[in-house]
Ligand binder design. Structure first.
Ligand SMILES: [Zn+2]
Length: 248
């Protein structure tokens, strides 16, 4: 479709191109849905949600249409319509629709260019989120996935770890801690509602991850509150030395 910049990603035009019309309604039993037969489909999204959320929902429903074109009827729950539910997309249809949405909204060839050489910080994620008209969480995940430097994005609640996503160069032997360290910025944000996010902060690596020799170095943490009870943290190996020199 000649998409040369993030501004060209017009989801209603794309949907129309695929035979789908988009409607905006108050939805109660689901967050978004698609009903289609033969070459025509109707996508309905909840109009009370944010603009970025509506865009993600349309892209997700188009993912279902691409999977099941000709005959489809799916109602999607809010919990499934998330950019972090991408794992096992080969077998999980909701994850596959999310993966499709992420690629449609933030195409690899455009996002890699936009993320090139950017610091792995919340500020970079904010810039990219505004550019691609997606949520901060979606942009942070894509920044970690396609950015120039090794980092992990972690989402936590007061009860601890919720999910994470990592740069492909970070070995799987590095495990993210399930308990959020009391020395981390994230924990301060959880425990003190008045605590303002300080921006990128140097923390001990073992506050966030576990592996051999983890006590020998530091990481850069940048955390902010998202939603009611969640904190989004970008954990950046600003100094890549430990990743190279340790046998991980
Ligand atoms: Zn779905």
């Amino acid at each position: 479709m000649g998409i040369d910049s993030p501004d060209d990603v017009d989801l209603e035009v794309m949907a129309f191109f695929c035979g789908a019309r988009v409607k905006y309604r108050d939805l109660t039993s689901c967050a978004a849905r698609i009903v289609g037969k033969d070459n025509r489909a109707i996508i309905t999204v909840d109009r009370r949600t944010s603009f970025e959320r509506q865009r993600f929902s349309i892209a997700h429903e188009l993912g279902h249409w691409v999977q099941d074109r000709g005959q489809v009827s799916v109602s999607c729950r809010s919990a499934d319509l998330t950019p972090f539910k991408l794992k096992n997309f080969q077998i999980d249809r909701e994850a596959a629709a999310n993966r499709f949405a992420v690629e449609l909204l933030m195409p690899t060839y455009l996002f890699s260019k936009a993320a090139h050489d950017k610091t792995m910080t919340i500020e970079s994620a904010r810039v990219l989120a505004a550019q691609f008209r997606v949520s901060l969480t979606a942009a942070a995940i894509r920044l970690v996935e396609l950015g120039s430097y090794p980092a992990i994005v972690v989402c936590s609640s007061k009860n601890g770890y919720q999910w994470s996503w990592r740069h492909p160069e970070i070995p799987l032997s590095i495990r993210v801690n399930r308990l959020i360290s009391r020395h981390s910025v994230a924990q301060h944000l959880h425990s003190d509602a008045k605590f303002e996010p300080p921006g990128p902060t140097t923390v001990d690596a073992d506050d966030w991850v576990s592996h051999t020799q983890v006590e020998d170095y530091v990481l850069t943490e940048d955390s902010v509150r998202i939603g009611r009870d969640s904190v989004l943290s970008l954990i950046w190996w600003h100094d890549e030395g430990p990743l190279i020199s340790y046998d991980l």
